[in-house]
Design a binder for this molecule. Structure first.
Ligand code: URA
Length: 431
């Protein structure tokens, strides 16, 4: 076919065949189809949408556009993905829990960008820990410990990398079939049989409403089914940061507390729920799965897996047992309650941006970050406060970004006379 005909087809609202998508997407990845044609096509997709079959076909074309990880005969493989949030240290807790439950996690994780954090950055709070493992070591570690995490390879689903960069500059990022296929192409290429998805909904998330979140979750679960994988999604609140800590080392400390069974309730419940989804995907009874998942946080088995994992990838495992020695920035400043009453909301986006302002995140790929800075929520929505009481704590280094961070937090904190309606963390499940 010629490319203008394919653009016209989508412009007029017709569905593509798999062969047509291959021609467009693989042609673009090879450099045979230029940016301007794919830009026009992306906008046509944005305006006209895609059928479930087209979305699945597009995902498979992207997933097979480069290297694919072969997890071979590793037992009961699971991958996990969060659509991105603030204070979301779930992977640090969930993945060793899954390993302790007899599942295998051999996965790629990302770095933080803009106001959202990334698992690789958090793990680099352990001096020496490396996200780069040769494939044979990666697979051997996954077999031995049940857990290996590496950085995202550029050679995996390269079509997604190129398309995402183009979407970013053509106002075509927030398009459901494009988001679903982008996320799932990387998950399919990463090779795990089962994928649990945490679709974040709210102020600090990509998806602002529950309805949009449900549609994204449904699209990703359908893609997985069509690709013979088991995919389950939970929809979770991201109006408020998860747990109490945002910022790399601070989040590691909170994750270690949680692995010791002493973590905040919302974070603990989310990790247990995601572990239940993974076990249920492999046919386990949900009540039994929940009891087993919870036990890994109190009997030390998940913590032991985490310690072994940090050590295997070169990190200083002593810090796992002495989190107080992790590098936390020494500067402290508190944001105080402007009135007496109840915390109504602590805007997740504002907290994420405050961490960024303090130097804990990056605006552009490749920038260095300060692992030690961040924000602690001393109080969460629903808790009572007195005027002048500390609600949020900033951890800063020599005042860097402090004024900007403080302004963001003051604007993001709402205190009112009446307690807010309780907001459940887990809003829905899709499978
Ligand atoms: N995350 C991705 O990987 N891709 C998108 O399109 C959006 C979020």
């Amino acid at each position: 076919f010629n490319v203008p005909d394919l653009i016209r087809k989508k412009r007029d609202g017709e569905a593509h065949t798999r062969a047509e998508l291959e021609q467009l997407v693989l042609g673009y990845t090879r450099g045979d189809v230029p940016d301007y044609q794919i830009s026009a096509w992306l906008m046509a997709v944005y305006l006209r949408g895609m059928t479930a079959q087209e979305t699945a076909d597009l995902t498979l074309v992207m997933a097979t556009s480069g290297d694919e990880m072969n997890l071979g005969d590793l037992p009961r493989t699971v991958d996990k993905h969060s659509t991105g949030g603030v204070g979301d240290k779930t992977s640090l807790i969930l993945t060793p829990m899954l390993a302790a439950l007899g599942l295998t996690v051999a996965k790629m994780s990302g770095r933080g960008l803009a106001h959202t954090g990334g698992t690789i950055d958090k793990l680099e709070s352990f001096p020496g820990w490396t996200p780069e493992l040769r494939e044979d070591r990666f697979l051997a570690q996954a077999r031995d410990i049940g857990l290996a995490l590496v950085g995202q390879s550029k050679d995996l689903a390269p079509a997604d990398g190129k398309l995402y960069a183009l979407r970013d500059v053509t106002a075509t990022v927030d398009c459901l079939p494009l988001i679903a296929s982008s996320i799932m192409s990387k998950k399919l290429a990463s090779g795990a049989h089962t994928v649990v998805l945490d679709v974040k909904v709210g102020a600090g998330a990509f998806m602002r409403t529950l309805e949009d979140g449900r549609r994204l979750a449904r699209a990703m679960v359908d893609i997985g089914t069509r690709a013979s994988r088991l995919v389950r999604a939970v929809l979770t609140d991201m109006d408020t940061p998860l747990g109490h800590m945002a910022g790399n080392s601070l989040e590691v400390i909170e994750a270690l507390d949680t692995l010791r069974g002493e973590g905040p309730q919302d974070l603990t419940e989310l990790c247990v729920s995601l572990a239940v989804e993974a076990l249920a995907a492999y046919g386990e009874d949900e009540t039994q799965a929940e009891a087993r998942a919870r036990a890994t946080l109190t009997d030390g088995t998940a913590l032991a897996k985490f310690r072994a994992f940090v050590e295997a990838q070169g990190g200083d495992a002593l810090l796992v047992d002495h989190p107080e020695r992790l590098n936390v920035a020494p500067g402290r400043e508190d944001v105080l309650a402007p009135a007496s009453g109840f915390v109504q909301s602590v805007d997740a986006l504002a907290v994420g941006r405050a961490v960024l302002a303090l130097g804990g995140g990056r605006e552009r790929k490749g920038e260095a970050i300060d692992h030690g800075v961040g924000v602690e929520l001393l109080k969460k929505p629903g808790e009572a406060v007195q005027v002048g009481q500390a609600v949020l704590r900033l951890y800063h280094r020599d005042g860097r970004g402090l004024d900007a961070a403080r302004t963001l937090l003051e604007e993001g904190l709402k205190v009112a006379e009446v307690a807010p309606a309780a907001q459940p963390l887990i809003l829905d499940r899709v499978f």
